[in-house]
Design a protein around this ligand. Sequence first.
Ligand code: PBG
Length: 309
Amino acid sequence: MKTLRIATRKSPLALWQSEHVAARLRSAHPDLQVELVPMSTRGDQVLDRSLAAIGGKGLFLKELEVAMQRGEADCAVHSLKDVPMELEPGFELAAVLERADPADAFISPRFAGIDALPHGAVVGTSSLRRQAQLRALRPDLQLRDLRGNVNTRLAKLDAGEYDAIVLACAGLQRLGLASRIGVRLQAPAWLPAPAQGAIAIECRGGDERVQALCAVLDHAPTRTCVEAERAMNRALHGSCHVPVAALAALESGALRLDGLVGDAASGRAVRASAQVEAAGDIDAAEALGAEVADRLLAQGAHQLIDAHL
Ligand SMILES: NCc1[nH]cc(CCC(=O)O)c1CC(=O)O
């Protein structure tokens, strides 16, 4: 019997996502034996410093890529928002699954929304993108770091360490915690991370067996949207030190992209958007991302980015 081994992180959300991919692959290929290879990454181990300080998003991928290189796994499942804009050489995305809810969620046991928070309320999030947007709306808030997996973050909120926190709706929904969502923070007023809500399967470049097995899970409209968002981020040369947010949507054939570059310390933010009428191919999505990046730079995003170089 043929086997496919999926490298995965061990957090409950990562395991849910990998089990989901495994189940879909099993039903698409009844003769395929699909196994998970759970492993811990540096991004999971180092919880006392921000991701930006310890080297960025790639930290969630490295150990999984090493396992693929060694032949201990055939592919790896990731939240696409945790995947760097440029993959390591020798790897590619075999599939991007249909996106779940891309929005961020405001969560608080006591307050109905960001506007309802009292002056100086304490909000937990280590994401510079979420911090920048909170600062832009409410300069008075006290923003405090909050890392760890989704359950850990909710437990810290429930223990009273914060008045509110912000998490991705998709992660909460996947873990059966949708009832914790207080407010869905909607675009274009609030923008999520590029590719938030999308699950990707990474494999070794040129591994045609794995690509063919995973191709059935690929969702073209999601690919189009996330490509526009990731192309915008790439064109901004955004490192994880600069808060960048983006959301693309397909509506009756047109592809619209909203983007934001912010500054977590000052709460300054610049926004831009654009759309293409016939969003046929990946090239059009990429061009749209570059266009919105140009508009952001023209409005002063370069000052926010240069300040972090
Ligand atoms: N930063 C960690 C992370 N990576 C992906 C998700 C949620 C699921 C997704 O966006 O696909 C989360 C948790 C969160 O931000 O609340």
